[in-house]
Design a protein around this ligand. Structure first.
Ligand SMILES: [Ca+2]
Length: 209
């Protein structure tokens, strides 16, 4: 029996589509969800210099890099694509920003819990344990393939910073959850139509350099 997805965990990725929150109201940022912490609102406002109520990938990079640590643009593009409203261009508003911030907080907790040697990096074994800990028993061959994207070609041991860790986690979680939709009995195999397969995978391929 497959155990690739033992249970559904929540908050590690966007779930239901966010209610659209645009156009922004004339009073500015009233479309943050109730209870959004002030520091989250401030972070958004600081980078949304033109006050349009939307931020682009560079502004998001700036906001997240000052709150967490430097985020590479590849991770930012994946996050942006996964969190933005499906019918909007590559930009996010207050609602999506708050959801993204909340999601990153969960990933931060996981990162810290599984960084066993406190190196502020996640190595292959720590990644395996972290994913297993949140319900994803990923085969070693798949993890190796994933990690091979992050090597520098020197053959040195790959270790992930927080941004790359989030990227790996969201890819594994996102694709596994999509697969599970087609494998309701969690048997480990599924029959897919070509267009279903393509629509499943392509959103995770936006992480170009
Ligand atoms: Ca570590």
């Amino acid at each position: 029996m497959s155990s690739y997805g033992r249970y559904h965990s929540q908050s590690y990725a966007p779930s239901a589509p966010q209610e659209p929150s645009y156009p922004p109201s004339s009073s500015g940022y009233s479309s943050f969800p109730p209870g959004t912490p002030q520091d989250v609102i401030r972070s958004f406002q600081m980078v949304d210099r033109d006050g349009s109520g939307f931020i682009d990938e560079y502004e998001l990079q700036q906001a997240l890099s000052s709150a967490f640590h430097r985020f590479n643009l590849r991770t930012i593009r994946l996050l942006m694509f996964l969190f933005k409203h499906p019918h909007q261009p590559l930009r996010i508003g207050p609602n999506e920003f708050a959801a993204l911030w909340n999601c990153l907080g969960h990933w931060r907790g996981i990162f810290e819990r599984y960084d066993k040697d406190r190196s502020r990096k996640i190595d292959a074994l720590e990644l395996r344990d972290a994913l297993y800990g949140i319900g994803y028993a990923v085969p070693g061959s798949v993890l190796q393939l994933l990690l091979s994207k992050y090597g520098d070609g020197s053959g040195r041991r790959v270790e992930l910073g927080f941004d790359s860790f989030v990227e790996c986690g969201m890819i594994i979680k996102g694709l596994t959850d999509k697969f599970k939709e087609k494998d309701r009995g969690y048997s480990g195999s599924a029959t897919l139509k070509y267009d279903d397969f393509m629509s499943m995978v392509i959103p995770f391929l936006v992480s170009y350099e």
